[in-house]
Ligand binder design. Structure first.
Ligand SMILES: Nc1ncnc2c1ncn2[C@@H]1O[C@H](COP(=O)(O)OP(=O)(O)OP(=O)(O)O)[C@@H](O)[C@H]1O
Length: 259
């Protein structure tokens, strides 16, 4: 067996605030394997974003251990092990779509022709070929979110950390992006950690669904999905899908009950 891509052992993070300590994460233990698509679902404040930020070295845990690709999050960050996609697309309005995707490559010192090739490749991957010279405001919200995914993919990181990337989009656009994201995951075999509030989104996308509950933020259930890798959208009407969705809902309810 290969080592997990992300391994958390009794991970805890307590924020000291003026109102006293906030236990954002408490004793979280989880292994994410290579090629997994893991969704984190739970009510507001259960620590989903904090967990993702620990993986990305944007927060420092106060207890336990976490490794990314077998090393510390800091070393993984320096090795550009992951791309991070935020809730809002976060594109610079004064740069074109191509310019936005190019920015991290410029910072990392890639040569100009390598930059060009990478920009074209990731624009193709997210089906935005031809939009390189447009500015963000000329694109719909869904297209902007795809551009921000392209930016996270541009330097070929094996891990994609996505914090509610489609939360602000309407349902039809979200369905379409979910489908595209699954195809992209299938093509590239990346490991994806994905935060969401939506049960159907979590069940549709994931190989593993991590249910969390707040106060203190912890994992209450980990569901290994029996669904096949290839998933047309209408898989959501099948009994298998509905059964998993029920289990997630039950887990969320139980978490609320003792919160
Ligand atoms: N920098 C901080 N300082 C103090 N408390 C914080 C900080 N960041 C997060 N928290 C608290 O930690 C808890 C977990 O927050 P987190 O953002 O990880 O939750 P979440 O599950 O991602 O929520 P949401 O679904 O609303 O995004 C919350 O109670 C939050 O208020």
């Amino acid at each position: 067996m290969t080592a997990p891509v992300i391994s958390a052992q009794n991970l805890s993070l307590t924020f000291e605030t003026n109102d006293g300590p906030v236990h954002a994460l408490k004793d979280v233990t989880l292994a994410v394997e290579k090629g997994d698509f893991v969704s984190f679902i739970g009510p507001s404040g259960c620590g989903k974003t904090t967990f993702l930020r620990c993986m990305a070295d944007l927060e420092q845990p106060t207890g336990g251990e976490i490794t990314v690709n077998g090393v510390s999050p800091e070393e993984a960050r320096r090795a550009r092990a992951y791309g991070y996609v935020f809730q809002a697309a976060g594109l610079y309005p004064w740069r074109t779509i191509g310019g936005n995707i190019r920015l991290p490559l410029e910072i990392m010192g890639y040569g100009r022709s390598d930059q060009d090739a990478r920009v074209q490749r990731v624009l193709d991957l997210v089906e935005l070929a031809g939009f390189e010279k447009k500015f963000p405001w000329q694109l719909s919200g869904g297209m902007q979110q795809r551009a921000s995914i392209a930016r996270a993919l541009a330097f070929d990181a094996d891990i994609l950390l996505m914090d509610e990337p489609f939360g602000a989009l309407d349902e039809i656009v979200r369905d379409h992006l979910n489908e595209q994201l699954l195809q992209l995951w299938d093509k590239t075999n990346k490991t994806i950690c994905f935060v969401t509030h939506s049960i159907p989104e979590a069940v549709y996308l994931s190989t593993k669904i991590v249910v969390m509950s707040p106060r203190p933020g912890r994992i209450t259930d980990v569901i290994e999905s029996p669904l096949p890798r290839q998933r047309p959208l209408d898989i959501r009407d099948t009994p298998e899908f509905i059964e998993i969705a029920h289990r997630v809902r039950d887990g969320l309810r139980a978490g609320h009950g003792d919160g």
